[in-house]
Ligand binder design. Structure first.
Ligand SMILES: Cc1ncc(COP(=O)(O)O)c(C=O)c1O
Ligand SMILES: N[C@H](C=O)CCC(=O)O
Length: 432
């Protein structure tokens, strides 16, 4: 594959932006190659500036569940873009997206729109602290909730990819109220609540963690979190930035049978435009300004284009409930195919999959499952890097990190899954 135009753009980008990118994982530095510059996307395919086409399992890190340039989303955007792109004033489009989310997810009684997942989580936790009058929050090792100061502790995603345990620039005082616990470790979270229960404003969790690879929370851990928080008067906050409208129309919370107090969204609810939202119980949400005293604001919040793209996306998902069965089927088919191939090649690896989120962990500990940050972090990232490069050269675009989720769209076909597995077969024989 020729990558000369991408390489040229990357050289230029490095003189313009730190590392040549606007978000670290995109730089491909963890996989020992340069990034490809994407020119356009169509359905499950993306094409780079050198005219190479790839089957996309990144999907903009999750939002493009309908594939790229979905005709209904594009038409909805074309319909509004000529009428003004931002007003900083209420619009009907905000009501439309908010009411669709509230209709879909029983735990949402009111929502507030923001501009990113980071903002959604940061604001939800401020609200939790304001509502409970408590300071401490609990997060789990390897969960990633965006880059706000208090949450850059033992986080997944780019921090795990680049081996950054916290971040310079975050004063100690800011993280002194962030308690960290092992994901899926029931004894540890019980201990934390025994010691700090009365001071804990909220527990925040990715129900299916997708930022240390894919690691689902166990059912019993989910129920334990619900009961510990309820007993202690703390709030349970589900970070559904990745899982919301992806694992089910009602989100991961419906799969676990849990009603969180607050939930955070981004990605799919913006249909590929910058967006975020948080919501939950009305009595809690009404603590937000101007109804209540907890302050949060945004010049572009509820942006008409983002609301329109998000609404068109959710509407289409709502009108096609069969999409979720299809996504689950394709996810399972790909996961099973990967399992068969790692067995065939005797590759030390594990496959974790939940619906249309999955990943292949190159772990030496094949006999034990990857259930938390500690087992995920023990993976062979060099082998992953070789695997990634082999797949890219065969036209399969995977996340450029061992610790990110692969996503499927509703347009990934049987024959594309087959093509992916053929590429895996060839790549594993090359790198083993
Ligand atoms: C679970 C989760 N929470 C929060 C975020 C932060 O979202 P954003 O990148 O839109 O700020 C992300 C992704 O980055 C995420 O995957
Ligand atoms: N894991 C992150 C979000 O889900 C990846 C996006 C990024 O950091 O650029």
């Amino acid at each position: 594959m020729n990558h000369s135009a991408s390489q040229q753009l990357f050289q230029e980008a490095k003189t313009l932006m730190p590392g040549g990118v606007n978000s670290p994982v995109r730089a491909f530095s963890a996989v020992g190659t340069d990034p490809v510059f994407i020119r356009e996307g169509n359905g499950p395919l993306i094409t780079d500036v050198d005219n190479n086409t790839y089957l996309d399992y990144v999907l903009s890190w999750g939002p493009m569940i309908l594939g790229h340039a979905d005709p209904d989303v594009v038409a909805a955007l074309q319909n509004v873009i000529g009428k003004g792109t931002s007003f900083g004033a209420p619009t009907e489009a905000e009501n439309q997206l908010a009411s669709l989310m509230i209709e879909a997810v029983p735990s949402l009684e009111k929502v507030r729109m923001v501009n990113s997942g980071t903002e959604a989580v940061m604001s939800a936790l401020r609200l939790a602290r304001g509502y409970t009058n408590r300071s401490k929050i609990v997060k789990f090792n390897g969960n990633y909730h965006g880059h706000s100061d208090a949450l850059l502790v033992k986080a997944g995603s780019g921090l795990l990819t680049h081996g950054i345990p916290g971040s310079p620039g975050v004063p100690e005082g800011v993280v002194q109220y962030t308690l960290t616990a092992r994901f899926n470790d029931e004894a540890m979270i019980r201990d934390i609540f025994e010691t700090h229960g009365n001071d804990i404003a909220a527990v925040i969790v990715e129900p299916v963690a997708g930022n240390m690879g894919v690691v689902p929370m166990t059912q019993s851990f989910a129920h334990l979190l619900r009961s510990l928080t309820s007993q202690a008067g703390s709030l349970l906050v589900f970070d559904e930035v990745m899982t919301g409208f992806r694992l089910a129309f009602q989100g991961a919370q419906s799969l676990y049978g849990i009603t969180p107090d607050l939930s955070c969204y981004s990605k799919i609810i913006g249909g590929g435009l910058p967006v975020g939202a948080f919501g939950g119980r009305k009595d809690i949400m009404d603590h937000m300004a101007p109804e209540g005293p907890v302050y949060q604001a945004g010049t572009l919040s509820g942006n008409p284009l983002a609301m329109t793209a998000g609404h068109a996306t959710l509407k289409k998902l709502q009108e096609h409930p069969g999409y979720y069965d299809q996504l689950n089927r394709q996810g399972s088919r790909l996961a099973q195919g990967l399992r068969d191939l790692i067995k065939k090649h005797r590759t030390p690896a594990q496959v974790n999959q939940k619906g249309s989120m999955l990943c292949l962990f190159f772990t030496e500990f094949t006999e034990s499952e990857v259930t938390d940050f500690e087992s995920a972090a023990a993976c062979d990232t060099q082998r992953f890097a070789r695997f990634f490069r082999g797949m890219l050269s065969r036209g399969i675009y995977l996340p450029a990190s061992q610790f990110e989720a692969w996503f499927l769209s509703v347009l990934h076909t049987d024959s594309q899954i087959h093509q992916t597995l053929e590429a895996v077969d060839a790549t594993l024989s090359e790198i083993n």
